[in-house]
Ligand binder design. Structure first.
Ligand code: HEC
Ligand code: HEC
Ligand code: HEC
Ligand code: HEC
Ligand code: HEC
Length: 112
């Protein structure tokens, strides 16, 4: 239906977290009797460890990186799977290529 990603992940352009939709977003179209709200998310797929600083806004709005670059073609998939690995090596490789900073304290809050 060509729904925009941000219709369901409202934070992806201007907040750190992309976030998940509430079931009321689904009910706009799936309001038929007998439809019950699913648990959202049913399972987390992309998740960084808590000592890693990551912001969607910095990448999507400021960095102009597309969702598909970091999450693969979820728009063509029935379920979201880990199509793109994110670790220190892959983060730093893109930063080097795109001339974004690779100073340690960019991705790690030191001294805490
Ligand atoms: C803008 C309208 C709209 C919204 C919002 C929407 N859906 Fe849908 N959804 C549809 C339509 C239309 C289909 C049928 C698509 C088809 O048959 O190809 C569908 C299909 C589905 C299916 C597949 C059903 C099947 O039998 O294969 C699931 C599961 C689903 N939606 C869940 C959700 C959930 C969960 C949300 C909220 C996070 C949501 N939808 C939000 C319109 C919507
Ligand atoms: C109709 C609402 C809807 C739209 C539109 C939508 N998503 Fe989602 N997305 C969801 C829901 C609901 C989940 C959780 C699914 C689950 O847990 O089974 C999800 C999960 C994800 C995840 C996995 C997050 C994690 O780590 O667990 C990613 C990544 C994602 N979506 C990216 C996208 C991208 C990119 C687009 C646009 C191409 C998009 N989504 C469009 C509803 C939507
Ligand atoms: C530069 C890579 C990158 C881009 C671009 C990106 N994401 Fe993510 N996304 C990630 C990473 C890494 C995580 C895990 C973040 C964490 O755990 O702190 C994530 C997590 C998510 C999640 C899980 C909920 C959350 O916020 O943690 C959703 C949903 C999601 N992304 C959707 C999107 C959508 C939609 C877009 C495009 C508008 C997008 N992402 C663009 C890398 C990216
Ligand atoms: C596909 C390319 C790409 C990937 C992958 C990527 N980044 Fe970035 N990142 C960028 C770009 C481009 C910027 C600069 C955005 C700007 O101009 O402000 C950036 C900026 C940042 C910033 C803000 C820097 C500042 O100066 O405030 C942080 C933090 C960051 N990235 C963390 C990460 C982490 C952690 C990962 C891996 C989980 C990651 N990035 C993966 C392209 C990427
Ligand atoms: C562009 C982002 C980025 C930069 C810059 C960065 N890191 Fe990391 N770092 C990460 C990510 C993402 C992880 C988590 C990897 C994982 O979970 O596999 C990580 C993990 C680590 C770990 C834990 C390793 C482990 O196996 O538990 C250490 C230690 C670390 N980084 C130190 C550093 C140091 C020192 C620097 C500067 C030379 C640095 N990092 C620069 C993104 C970055």
């Amino acid at each position: 239906m060509k729904l925009k990603c941000t219709q369901c992940h409202a934070g992806a352009e201007n907040q750190d977290r992309a976030g998940f939709p509430k079931a009321t977003v689904c009910a706009v179209c799936h309001a038929a009797a007998g439809w019950s709200a699913p648990a959202i998310p049913s399972q987390r797929v992309y998740r960084q460890r808590d000592f890693v600083v990551f912001s969607h806004a910095r990448h999507v709005s400021a960095g102009k990186v597309e969702c598909v670059t970091c999450h693969g073609d979820v728009n063509l998939s029935d379920r979201v799977t880990l199509q793109v690995e994110h670790n220190m090596k892959t983060c730093m490789a893109c930063h080097a290529q795109r001339k974004a900073s690779n100073a340690c304290n960019v991705c790690h809050e030191l001294g805490q």
